[in-house]
Each structure stands twice: as C-alpha cells, then as structure tokens.
Ligand binder design. Structure first.
Ligand code: NDP
Ligand code: ZN
Length: 180
C-alpha cells in the first residue's frame, strides 16, 4: 500500500524545519540543516520504497531530540508514541562520551527494530554521501576515513533489511574511498 498521510508528513516537515532553523550542516556550503532529514526521507521513499508514514515522519524528525531542544514527550504529544519510539531508537545519549556513543551504535544496531534499521541505513547513506559532496571543513583525512569505517561497522550489523539501500550505501562508501 503506497498511501502516505500527507498532512501528517507536512506537519512533521514544518515542525522539524522550525526546530532546526538556526542549524547548518557541517561543511563549506552552509546548507540549512533541514536539508539532511529531507534527504533521508527522500532516500527511504525513492531507494527504499518505504511508504510507511510513521517511518517517514520519524526520518524527518530523526535529529530533533539529539540536536535541538525537542523532547521525547513533545514528539509523543504531537506525533504519537510510535513515532517517538522510533526517533528515540536513532537518538544517541548525549550524556555519554563521544567514543561510547559511537561504540554503542555499533553494538546496538543489530537489535534495532526493522523500521529503525531502515532509518539508520538511509541516515548513513546521506552522511557518507555528504562526506564526499559537502565534507566538514575541519575534518582531517584520518577523521574522514575513520568515519567511513565506523559507518560501515554500524551498517554491517543491520544488513538484510533492504537490498537497494544497502547497495546505495556500498556505492557511496566505494566512491568515498576512491575519492579520499
Ligand atoms: P561527529 O562529530 O563524529 O560528526 C559526524 C556526524 O556529523 C554525522 O554522523 C552527521 O550526523 C553529522 N554531519 C553534519 N554535517 C555533515 C557532513 N557535511 N558530512 C557528514 N556528516 C555530517 O559526531 P557527533 O555529531 O555525534 O559529535 C559531535 C560532538 O562530538 C562535537 O561536540 C565534537 O566536538 C565531539 N567530538 C569528540 C571527539 C572525541 O572525543 N574524540 C571526536 C569528534 C567529535 P547527523 O546525521 O546526526 O547529522
Ligand atoms: Zn541524521
């Protein structure tokens, strides 16, 4: 069934664009942060063939709790429990040190729900692609290579959920490695 709840999806777009309004992607192009969640949802639809409204809403909201003042409670009230639970599944605990957060993503990814795995896959596709087309200005070559390895380690734990997106991930890893 390809029915997407368009009013709900656009409500999420408006909500997320407002929450991320003062944020930009890392990198020299000064791209509004909201472009990233939009791209993640785009990959889910176009490559993943995902027509699940809650998943697409969660994609639009996926970095709001991690990177803005948005709370789990707020998302629960505005978009419901299922969306909130999905966003929480892809939200790092910022109380932990950076290294612990990164390590936990590798360890926990195999146990994520099916929808969370699709969302993680789309998110990593977009971040690896950004590393090629709009890389963070301050990152050394080592930091970029380390990121590519880490993203590959996270995705290794979730393979088997969506072949077209896994292929697209591999393509961008290949391009990134050829580029750097
Ligand atoms: P990173 O600093 O490792 O940055 C990677 C993340 O940045 C990506 O996963 C992506 O996440 C986001 N991103 C934004 N713009 C781009 C872009 N153009 N290309 C690729 N990715 C992009 O992760 P965190 O954001 O989790 O950590 C940030 C904090 O950690 C900072 O305060 C930093 O100082 C600190 N830090 C500590 C280190 C250490 O202790 N060794 C090392 C590095 C950073 P998303 O999908 O969420 O946008
Ligand atoms: Zn993201």
């Amino acid at each position: 069934d390809k029915m997407i709840d368009m009013p709900a999806l656009f409500k999420a777009l408006e909500f997320s664009a407002f929450k991320h309004k003062d944020q930009r992607r890392k990198g020299p192009q000064n791209i509004p942060y909201i472009n990233h969640p939009i791209q993640v949802a785009h990959v889910l639809i176009e490559t993943g063939q995902a027509y699940n409204t809650n998943l697409l809403i969660a994609a639009i909201l996926h970095d709001t709790i991690e990177d803005t003042d948005t709370t789990e409670e707020e998302i629960k009230q505005v978009f419901g429990e299922n969306v909130a639970a999905l966003v929480m599944e892809v939200t790092d605990d910022k109380n932990l040190f950076w290294e612990a957060r990164k390590q936990l993503q590798i360890e926990k990814s195999p146990f994520a729900s099916y929808d969370a795995k699709l969302l993680k896959l789309a998110d990593k596709i977009c971040n690896v692609r950004d590393l090629v087309i709009n890389p963070p200005d301050k990152w050394s070559l080592d930091r970029k290579l380390e990121y590519l390895q880490w993203a590959s380690d996270v995705i290794a734990g979730i393979r088997g959920v969506n072949q077209p997106m896994e292929d697209l991930f591999d393509e961008w890893i290949y391009k990134a490695k050829a580029y750097y």
